[in-house]
Design a protein around this ligand. Structure first.
Ligand code: FES
Length: 154
């Protein structure tokens, strides 16, 4: 556990499936990290490539998009379209020096509260492992120094 860093993980959830899945996780009293900030959208197909990039620009340490399962999108192909955008943004992240695994796409239905909690834990664990988003320069420098000190002490 870092003294200087606790991640911010943005979860962009479709209102019909994944947002309800997150709600179910809460109703089932399943634990998931407080790092998660949920943004509900009518359909993940509404999520533009620029929104994903802007999330990192303003300091998100990890982002995941969670939509309906294939064939279940209420707007037919929104979830398939955003999956392609997520793949494009992962390539852009890599080109600008950010780890592409900071971004991921999932499909979580309204009845999959435990899956939502597991995904939330997985993305928080990734963000903790990767450290602060480099746009947060001071926090990143402090975290790197902390990591180096811990490595030297080991
Ligand atoms: Fe859920 Fe399109 S309505 S992803």
């Amino acid at each position: 556990m870092s003294a200087t860093y606790y991640p911010k993980v943005l979860a962009i959830c479709c209102r019909w499936c994944s947002y309800a899945g997150a709600d179910l996780a809460g109703a089932m009293r399943l634990q998931y990290p407080p790092a998660i900030r949920i943004l509900m959208v009518p359909c993940t197909g509404r999520v533009d490539l620029l929104y994903l990039l802007q999330a990192f620009e303003v300091g998100a340490d990890a982002v995941f998009v969670s939509g309906c399962h294939e064939g279940d999108c209420h707007y037919l192909t929104g979830n398939l379209q955003v999956r392609k955008r997520v793949e494009r943004v992962k390539k852009i992240l890599q080109e600008v020096g950010l780890e592409p695994e900071r971004l991921e796409m999932f499909h979580i239905s309204a009845s999959e509260g435990p899956k939502f909690a597991a995904v939330a834990q997985e993305m928080t664990a990734r963000a903790l492992r990767l450290g602060p988003n480099p746009v947060k320069r001071q926090m990143r420098a402090a975290w790197l120094a902390e990591q180096a000190a811990a490595h030297a002490a080991a």
